[in-house]
Design a protein around this ligand. Structure first.
Ligand SMILES: Nc1nc2c(ncn2[C@@H]2O[C@H](COP(=O)(O)OP(=O)(O)OP(=O)(O)O)[C@@H](O)[C@H]2O)c(=O)[nH]1
Length: 453
């Protein structure tokens, strides 16, 4: 089944490009460590998911590019064409001359309704090209104006027009230091709207990926391109084909459906994170060997201590004793030491994958009391190696990982709102104080629900 990716705004378009590039490079990599037949099946499955029919032998991304300024889209079109490996469709873009000036209300209430028909038409044509359609993957930031405001508007339209298809939003959480004064307003409006219209929100924090680039990849001057490559690697390791069951050699057919079934058991909980291991520069990789036991031990500790990378994990965080609530459950003011999960999916790729033991993830203490590990934990194993790693593991998790940052963003936005700062910039485009209040209420509810796990 196929996924249609919708790339919105500068951030969404730049990340989208890296994702398609990573998917295609991996599927053509000579380091897959598997038989030719298996590799061909893997390539065919990746193509069915993310690329439509070829034009002169070049695969075309199943993507729609939307921005209110032409610059980034033009850059991405030519980068893809220059790769010689894949390209974007000729009629897959929609752009205008003027962005949203970091104003969510402008993206949502002005650009959205004004360009609704044209954008939805391009998306419909892309969906019609799929023989069998799995759903939408929507990439955007939550701090700007176009990706966040127009992205929320488009997602709502997709929910209205394709209510039976799945929608997963990939959202970029802004740097904590604050690049834009109103980023907290834009963020709460985005998250509260998407919580209503999307099936799952896959969240990546720019600060966390930045640290991975600095500490694990040893990059000195970190650019968005470096950050996006790390992100694309993480997403690729989730979305590339995986076997449908242990020991079977058939790839899963419904990528979004399977992810959602395992990871979103209740509509009140739809925030997902991705952690993967190993991550390192090519130079270090040449001198390192990995064992499944070592990788999985680290990944589990990253999960329970809520670390985004394997360096600097807090090794003193332990699961609570069965029957006793962890301290963190009692109050947000106490340090959130232990990260309780609703659902975890571990995806393992590479050599000797059948021997990997995932028992450590089946401990009931890792999960909320109302779900048994047998329902809350899943593992997908695939012999074919991913990217340049002989063995790699990725954990997609629905857990308390974002409770603190979310609570902080809601608090900061509330403080600004209480003094009515910058509100006029929103009300002048039709977003009323009432809309802000609704957003605060719904996100406070999300924070409370995750806190009570
Ligand atoms: N990871 C990552 N973050 C980005 C990138 N580009 C922008 N951002 C982040 O996205 C947020 C700003 O959103 P943009 O996507 O630039 O804005 P936009 O959606 O185009 O909206 P307008 O500029 O208001 O039209 C900030 O938090 C940036 O840190 C990127 O390529 N990668």
């Amino acid at each position: 089944m196929s996924i249609v990716t919708v790339q919105l705004g500068q951030c969404g378009n730049q990340i989208g490009f890296e994702v398609f590039d990573a998917l295609l490079s991996d599927s053509h990599s000579s380091q897959g460590l598997c038989s030719m037949r298996e590799n061909e099946a893997y390539q065919a499955s990746c193509k069915e998911r993310f690329f439509s029919e070829e034009e002169n032998g070049v695969p075309i991304a199943r993507a729609v590019l939307v921005d209110m300024e032409p610059k980034v889209i033009n850059q991405m079109l030519s980068k893809a064409a220059q790769s010689g490996q894949w390209k974007y469709g000729q009629h897959a873009c929609f752009c205008q001359k003027q962005g949203s000036g970091n104003n969510w209300a402008y993206g949502y209430s002005v650009h959205g309704p004004r360009h609704e028909e044209s954008i939805m038409n391009i998306i419909r044509k892309e969906v019609e090209k799929c023989d069998s359609f799995s759903g939408f993957f929507i990439i955007m930031s939550m701090a700007g104006g176009t990706g966040s405001g127009l992205g929320a508007f488009v997602t709502q339209n997709l929910e209205d027009q394709y209510s039976n298809s799945l929608k997963m939003n990939q959202i970029i959480w802004p740097y904590g230091t604050g690049e834009v004064i109103v980023q907290n307003y834009n963020s709460i409006l985005t998250l509260s709207h998407l919580y209503r219209s999307s099936d799952a929100l896959l969240l990546h924090e720019n600060d966390a990926i930045h640290k991975i680039c600095a500490k694990l990849m040893n990059i000195k001057q970190i650019s968005f391109s470096d950050i996006n490559q790390v992100l694309a690697h993480q997403l690729g390791s989730v979305f590339q084909p995986t076997y449908s069951a242990e020991s079977s050699f058939h790839y899963r057919r419904n990528p979004l459906g399977d992810l959602m079934e395992h990871l979103v058991p209740h509509p009140e909980f739809k925030m997902l994170s991705v952690r993967n291991i190993p991550h390192m520069s090519e130079n270090s990789l040449a001198y390192t060997t990995f064992t499944w036991a070592g990788l999985l031990k680290h990944l589990r500790q990253m999960l329970i201590s809520n670390a985004k990378m394997e360096e600097g994990i807090d090794r003193h965080v332990w699961p609570p004793l069965s029957g006793l609530p962890p301290l963190s459950k009692m109050s947000l003011n106490k340090d959130l030491h232990f990260n309780t999960s609703i659902a975890n999916l571990v995806i393992l790729r590479g050599k000797d994958v059948q021997s990997a033991d995932v028992e450590g993830f089946k401990d009931p203490a890792l999960y909320t009391s109302w779900l048994k590990p047998v329902n809350a934990f899943n593992v997908w194993k695939t012999q074919r190696a991913f990217s340049k790693y002989e063995k790699s593991a990725v954990l997609v998790s629905n857990s308390q990982f974002l409770v603190k940052p979310l609570d902080m963003i809601v608090g900061k936005a509330w403080n600004m709102f209480a003094s009515k700062a910058y509100i006029h910039q929103y009300t002048k485009f039709g977003i009323e104080e009432e809309d802000f209040l609704d957003s605060f209420t719904s996100l406070e509810q999300v924070v409370a629900s995750y806190c009570n796990l």
